[in-house]
Every structure is written in C-alpha cells, then in structure tokens.
Design a protein around this ligand. Structure first.
Ligand code: ADP
Ligand code: MG
Length: 267
C-alpha cells in the first residue's frame, strides 16, 4: 500500500484550499484512512487550523526542503487520530528563493515524501496562493492529481486557464501522470443566482471533473480554524461538516473506482 498524493491548488487566495485540505483530511481519517496533511503555504494556515502553534516548532517543511532534514523529524501529530501534519512556518516564504539555486529544485518535495509513502493512505498538500516553485513542487509530487477548489463567486473562472497551463507544463516536463482529480465548488450560496450561475459555468468548463458534492457557505467552517479545530470536532452537525463528510465519501468512492485492485488491501 503506497500513499496516494494529491495537491490542493488554485493560485487565487481565499477559495478554500486550506479548508478543504484540513476537513477532507479529517473525514478521510475518520473513515479509518491514514492521512498526512502537508502545509505547503508559508502562511501556515493548515498548521494553525490543525491546532499546531508554529512558534512551538523547531523543524518544519522549510528545513526538510532546504536543509534536507529527514521528513520524519518534521512529522507532527494532531489531536485527530490518523491525521498527521508536516507543518509550515513563515520561513517557508524564503524557500522559493533558496530552492531556485538547488539541484532538481522542482522535485524537492517529491523526494522528501518518499520515506513516508508506506505510512499513509493519503497525502494532501495544501498549496500556497501562487504558481511559484512551492506549487510546482506540490504538483510534481502529486501521484494522484490535483484537487482544484473554486469559489462560487464573481470571476470564479478567472485565472484558471493559467493554472491549467501550469498543470499541463508540469505534466509534460516533470510528472507525466498528473491529472485533475476533481474540481470542488466551494462557498456556494443557494439563495443567489450568482452562485448557481457560477456553478453551471464551472461544470461547463470542466464537464467531467466537478465533484457532485458542493460545499455551501457556512459560518461554522470559517470559525473552526480560530479554535484550531476541524469542522469534524468543532461542529459535526453543521451544514459545512455534512458537506465535507459527503465529499470524503465521494472522493473515496471515486478513488476506489480508479484503482479497484487496491480496495482489497485497505483493511
Ligand atoms: P485558501 O486556502 O484558498 O486561501 P481558505 O481555506 O483559507 O482559502 O478559506 C478562505 C476563508 O474563507 C477562510 O477564512 C475560511 O475559514 C473561509 N471559508 C472557507 N470555506 C468556507 C465556507 N464554505 N463557508 C464559509 N467560509 C469559508
Ligand atoms: Mg490556504
């Protein structure tokens, strides 16, 4: 059993990349899967959302990528059984510049993750809001594709062609098996025509890839990170929680359809 690695990417900020990484991860763990979240964003939002104080850390993703510290040393347990974290601190912001002078700079994360492949079912990489080297590292490491969260707001599709171009380039040069694992509609407000229009547009743009599960706008989802909690522990009966639970189920069903030979090995 080797980990399936996904990058959660969109260079636009505030589209729910981190919210999706953390909460999808929590529900996969609740379903008995072993999950690792890699915080690939210098803002460290996935780290704090999982209740880890960046100031308490002596080793983070920065040291793994730049100083070649073994990734096991950065492995951080969270309060949720089955959900571990490679945390990020603000020094990761300097990593892009420092990576640029390193050999095989696009493959640093891919290589760093190798010792953990047998320890997890899923590795979810929370990408920063840019298309720089950190994001390229995530896309290169992603054995099972990219999940693209799209906020159901005005200009939702803007910038996506740039992301798709980047994915195409990574596929050609660095990671031939890179696919779009799914497009996720987030912050949907059923009361507005705009939300519905955007959802339809996104479905037209990505005819086969949009998850059936749509994440509604839900205040509990925005509150949970400030308590260092996932939605699963903060408000498990909220609409946001139910949506991420449904997403995890849909995601696993898709997964098992894609690689049926692995299903029997999961017990
Ligand atoms: P990104 O990682 O793409 O920048 P975040 O996951 O940090 O985006 O989400 C941006 C903001 O929106 C955060 O404050 C988050 O708590 C909030 N948020 C995310 N999803 C929802 C949702 N479905 N409903 C309400 N607020 C949300
Ligand atoms: Mg984020």
């Amino acid at each position: 059993m080797t980990a399936k690695i996904y990058a959660i990417a969109n260079q636009k900020g505030g589209v729910a990349k981190t919210t999706t990484t953390v909460n999808l991860g929590a529900y996969l763990a609740a379903a008995g899967r072993r999950v690792l979240v890699v915080d690939g964003d210098p803002q460290g939002n996935a780290t704090t959302s999982l209740g880890v104080d960046p100031r308490s850390l002596s080793v983070s993703l920065y040291n793994v990528l730049i100083d070649r510290v073994p990734i096991q040393e950065a492995l951080t347990l969270t309060d949720w059984v089955g959900l571990d974290l490679i945390p990020a601190t603000t020094d990761l912001a300097g990593a892009e510049v420092e990576m640029a002078r390193l050999m095989a700079r696009e493959r640093l994360l891919e290589r760093a993750l190798m010792p953990l492949h047998e320890s997890y079912d899923y590795i979810l990489i929370d990408e920063p809001p840019s298309l720089g080297l950190l994001t390229i590292n995530g896309l290169t490491a992603a054995t099972h594709g990219v999940i693209i969260p799209v906020q159901c707001e005005y200009l939702a599709l803007e910038g996506l062609s740039l992301l798709l171009q980047t994915i195409q380039q990574v596929r050609e040069v660095l990671n031939a098996r890179l696919t779009i694992a799914g497009v996720l509609l987030t912050m949907y407000d059923a009361r507005t025509n705009l939300g519905q229009q955007v959802a339809e547009e996104v479905c037209q743009y990505f005819p086969d890839q949009v998850f059936n599960t749509i994440i509604p706008r839900n205040v509990r989802l925005s509150e949970a990170p400030s308590y260092g909690q996932t939605i699963l522990s903060y408000a498990p009966n909220s609409a946001g929680a139910l949506a991420y639970r449904a997403l995890a189920e849909e995601f696993m069903a898709r997964e098992e359809k894609r690689s049926p030979n692995l299903v029997g090995n999961e017990a």
